[in-house]
Design a protein around this ligand. Structure first.
Ligand SMILES: [Zn+2]
Length: 121
């Protein structure tokens, strides 16, 4: 799954906001609670997409160099998608992935030692 383009995200924000306005207009007797729920869903969806896109602009960590706790060198293995739980929900990011030449431990620099979970930092 590729990262969404800037124009796509902005267009989707406008389109979905207009959709909420249209819905509200078509449902003049809806409750404040119903409107709140729709806005909350919109914020969550937009927040996730915008966070994914902004994280993507930060690069993939390919620059990282370092050594494993065991003393072995990190070897670049390629790029991997990974899911990260954030305050905006689960986002998918592409990160450079390294393994230790000695013990095989996997890393997503510059993060802490980890195999397949954890955050970006
Ligand atoms: Zn190691």
């Amino acid at each position: 799954m590729g990262q969404p383009e800037k124009e796509t995200i902005i267009a989707e924000m406008i389109r979905s906001a207009e959709e909420i306005l249209q819905w509200a207009k078509a449902h003049p007797t809806c409750t404040l609670r119903e409107l709140e729920e729709r806005i909350q869903q919109w914020k969550t969806r937009m927040g996730t997409q915008l966070l994914e896109a902004t994280v993507a602009t930060q690069g993939t960590g390919r620059w990282a160099e370092g050594t494993c706790a065991c003393g072995g060198q990190w070897v670049f293995e390629g790029y991997r998608g990974r899911e990260v739980m954030t305050s905006q929900g689960v986002i998918r990011v592409k990160r450079a992935y390294f393994t230790c030449e000695r013990c095989g431990q996997g890393f997503f620099p510059p993060g802490p030692t980890e195999r397949d979970s954890g955050g970006l930092e």
